[in-house]
Design a protein around this ligand. Sequence first.
Ligand SMILES: Cc1ncc(C[n+]2csc(CCOP(=O)(O)OP(=O)(O)O)c2C)c(N)n1
Ligand code: SF4
Ligand SMILES: [Mg+2]
Length: 274
Amino acid sequence: MNEAMRKPNDFKSGVKPIWCPGCGDYGVLSALTKAFARLNCAPEKIAVVSGIGCAARIPAYVNAYGLHGLHGRALPAAAGLKLARPELTVIAAGGDGDIYSIGGNHFIHACRRNVDMTLIVMDNRIYGMTKGQPSPTTEPDYPTHLYPAGTHVQPLDGMSLALVAGANFVARAFTGDPNDLAEIIVEAIRHPGFSVIEVLSPCVTFRPEEREWKHQIARHALTPAGSVAEALAAVASAPELSTGIVWKGNRPPYTGPGDQAGKRVQDVLDSFVA
Ligand SMILES: Cc1ncc(C[n+]2csc(CCOP(=O)(O)OP(=O)(O)O)c2C)c(N)n1
Ligand code: SF4
Ligand SMILES: [Mg+2]
């Protein structure tokens, strides 16, 4: 294929998404394919890795290598892939439950380890696939069938957690602005190290009121801060539905244990055989 000719459609797999009509995840798919086209990536040099959930279906819809793996385990699989095949552009993707709840420990350590890959968290503040249970980002007073009076539990702030744990690029975007989102994905992929993009992505079936987000988004309210402390302050003081890039760090990416560590592992293995 003529590389100059790559278009967003070249990155669609042809598998028809089974998301509900109006689901925010369609906009994320559209932005992701736009971003790949702008970067002019070869599909065979991209891998999209996910866990389980509505959001986590996304690898099936992208023309690239993909892994639709275990609930909560997208990040360790993606990190292993990137360390083994550093020439690939690796995207991990999932929902607020997949990444912040069952995968929460992996999220913290992926930020800390800083492998060069990009995470897209499609945050709809609910478990969509399993029909509407509260997630770590659900508001404390939001009524669900499991908690009719709300959970009364403080929501998890994924952006701040990413900053504190060491992510090298942190942004929030809205699926209803696919051009902005595509631009942020391009920047995140280009930025060395672990990039986190939290995407506000309405679940129109179990959180129909999230359709109103398109009128409530504070577009570009977040801008790159000069330090992690300033970035944390910006996230805390910005309107709740703010979008923009808040942090671009300069930590060197983790590329693996190096030859010496590999040799030590081999020595241990050899000692069992001897
Ligand atoms: C080990 C394990 N525990 C629980 C489940 C059930 N389960 C599937 S998807 C999901 C939550 C999905 O929520 P989220 O990640 O927010 O994705 P969404 O469907 O909202 O896009 C759960 C609890 C599972 N598949 N595997
Ligand atoms: S249940 Fe919600 S998150 Fe899942 S496909 Fe439908 S609208 Fe999207
Ligand atoms: Mg969800």
